[in-house]
Design a protein around this ligand. Sequence first.
Ligand code: EPZ
Length: 423
Amino acid sequence: MDCLNIQGGNRLRGVIPISGSKNAALPILAASILCEGETILRNVPELHDVQQMCALLGRLGVNVQRGQDGAVKLKVEDEMNCHAPYEQVSKMRASVCVMGPLLAKRRKAQVSMPGGCAIGDRPVSLHTRGLQALGGDFDLVNGDMVLRAKKLRGAEIFLGGAFGSTVTGTANVLMAATLADGRTVIESAACEPEIVDLAEFLNKCGARIEGHGTPRITVDGVASLHGTEHSVIADRIEAGTFAIATAVTNGETTLQGGRIDHLSAVVDCLRRVGVNIDKDEKGIAVSSARRLEPVDITTQPYPGFPTDLQAQTMVLLSLADGNSIITEKIFPDRFLHVGELNRMGAHLRKEGPTVIVQGVKKLVGAPVMASDLRASAALVLAGLIGKGRTTIHRVYHIDRGYENIEKKLTAVGADIQRATETQ
Ligand code: EPZ
C-alpha cells in the first residue's frame, strides 16, 4: 500500500489544473448502457473509481477504450449480462448507477445492495422506489436488488428523503425515465451540477429532459438514445479542496478550469473566513489573509454547503482566530477525520452531528490514517500546514477521487512524496 509523506510549512503558489468531475463522470459512464452506437467522453479523470466503473461496464458488455488523447470511447456490444456483483459494488458504491440504465435498456437489473461505508449508512431505497414507480418489479435476492420490467411508463416521482434529495438516486431515475413511455416528473430531484451535466449528456443523446438543476425535472420518454461526444465538467470538490489548501498555507494559486459558479456556498464561507477567491480568466484565483475568522457552517444539498468539503473546511477553521461550529446534515457520522486532526493538535469536539472547532495557533505533523475519500484529503491539507512531517497511510482512499494529488501539489511548492509501505 502507498503512503504520502509531507513536510509542512510551504506556501502554495502557482497554477493547479482542475480535473474532470468524478461525480459527473461516473453516472455519465453508466448512461452509455442506454446508447446505440459509440459515445466519446472527454475530460474523464484518471481515478480508481473511474477505472472500477469502466471495468464494471466491460463486464456488462460495453466496449470501453481510453485513447492516447485521454478520451474514453464506449460502445455497447453485448446486452446479455445485467448483473453488478457484490465484489464490484462493495468496492465502489456509485456502481449502483448502472441500475436505472440496465432496467430501462435491458428490462432487467441485478445490482448488489451497496453496504454502509466510512461515512455512514448508505441506503438506496429512494432509488428502488423511484424505479418501481416507473414500472419496475423489485425483489431483494441474496443481497442483490433485482428489478424487471416489460416496459417502463412515465410517472410522478418524489425523491426527497430525511436528508434531502439523493444525487445518484436522481441519476438512476432520470436515466431510466429517458426510455420510459410518456412523461416523468421527478419532484425533490437533486440539483447538483453533476446531475445537470448528466442531463445535458442525455439530451445530446436524444433524450428530452427539462428542469435539470432545479428540484423539478421533467422527462418525456423516447424510443432510443444514440451515442454522442461530451466533455465532463470540472470537479468542483477538487477545486474547493485546492482552494482550501491555498488558504491554509497562506498561498496564492489559480485553479485552472475551476468553475466558481459551482461553488457559491463555499465561496461565501471562504470570503467570510478572510480568503480572497474570485473568478479569473483561467478559472479561480485564490489567496488569503494571514488572520482567519471563525465561521459556522451547515452542510446541505446543492446549492448549500457541500458535505464533500466539510472535512477540508474543518482543517481551515482549526486555524481560525476563535471558535467555529460545523454541522453535518447529509451524513451525520461523517467525522472520521476528527480523531486524526486532534492528533495533529486541532481542538475538535463532536456533539452528535456537530463539531465545535476551537481555533489553534498551529497543527503538528504526525502519522495518520486515511479513511473516507474526503477525510483523507483533509489530512493532506493538515499535513501541508502541520509543523514537521506527516505520514498518511492507506492513500488508496485519496486515489479514488483525486488525480495525481501529490504531483499537482508539488508543482505549486508543496513538499509531498508518495512512498510504498512494506507491511
Ligand atoms: C453522492 O452520493 C456523491 N457521490 C457523494 O460524494 C456525496 O457526498 C453525496 O452525493 C451527497 O452530496 C457520487 O455522486 C458518486 P445521496 P450519493 O444519495 O448519491 C440519504 C464523494 O466523496 N439517502 O445524495 O450516494 C443518504 O444516506 C462522495 O465524492 C437516503 O436516505 O448520496 C444521505 O444521507 C461521497 N435514501 C443523503 O440521502 C436513499 O435511497 C444524500 O445521499 C439514498 C440516499
